[in-house]
Design a protein around this ligand. Structure first.
Ligand code: FES
Ligand code: FES
Length: 161
């Protein structure tokens, strides 16, 4: 076991990990941040997306030890301290961008990364960016709509699927 330290959602966090401990496991089991979901064991679903030093990362593909010293953001850090939802979370709620909600943390974190690098993405760019995030419920239409709305764009023209 080795001690790792990182800043998670603005809080200095530490824990003992094995060399093989995944970042997703560290977040969920050591830090109790269970909003980061694990939906596969093949690095495909994207439910585990968090930000590491500002970059969207599938936390099941990164060792906790690799994130030592990093700044990590998870879904728990998206809302304001008083519980006010982040603009992306609010847009998911307003546009029914979720059903069971399992994929939602990863979707929101991916959307946040997309809007940071491309504040006004086209519908095609949103769909392309979400290629690594799987939703088994929604058909993606309302997720795309929510992200377009969060970017301040008119969603009336978002194609129905
Ligand atoms: Fe990480 Fe599925 S749990 S991609
Ligand atoms: Fe159920 Fe996406 S809302 S998996």
């Amino acid at each position: 076991m080795a001690k790792v330290e990182m800043v998670v959602n603005g809080v200095a966090s530490t824990g003992d990990v094995e060399g093989r401990t995944l970042l997703s496991t560290f977040l969920r089991e050591t830090l109790d941040l269970t909003g980061t979901h694990v939906g596969c064991d093949t690095s495909q679903c994207g439910a585990c997306v968090v930000h590491v030093n500002g970059q969207a990362v599938k936390s099941c593909t990164m060792l906790a030890a690799e994130a030592a010293g990093a700044t990590v953001s998870t879904i728990e850090g998206m809302a304001a301290p008083d519980g006010t939802l982040n603009v992306i979370q609010q847009a998911f709620q307003d546009h029914h961008g979720l059903q069971c909600g399992f994929c939602t943390p990863g979707m929101v974190m991916s959307a946040a990364a997309l809007l940071k690098e491309n504040p006004k993405p086209s519908e095609t760019e949103v769909r392309d960016y979400l290629e690594g995030n799987i939703c088994r419920c929604t058909g993606y239409h309302n997720i795309v709509k929510a992200i377009m709305a969060a970017s301040g764009q008119d969603v009336a023209a978002v194609a129905a699927e």
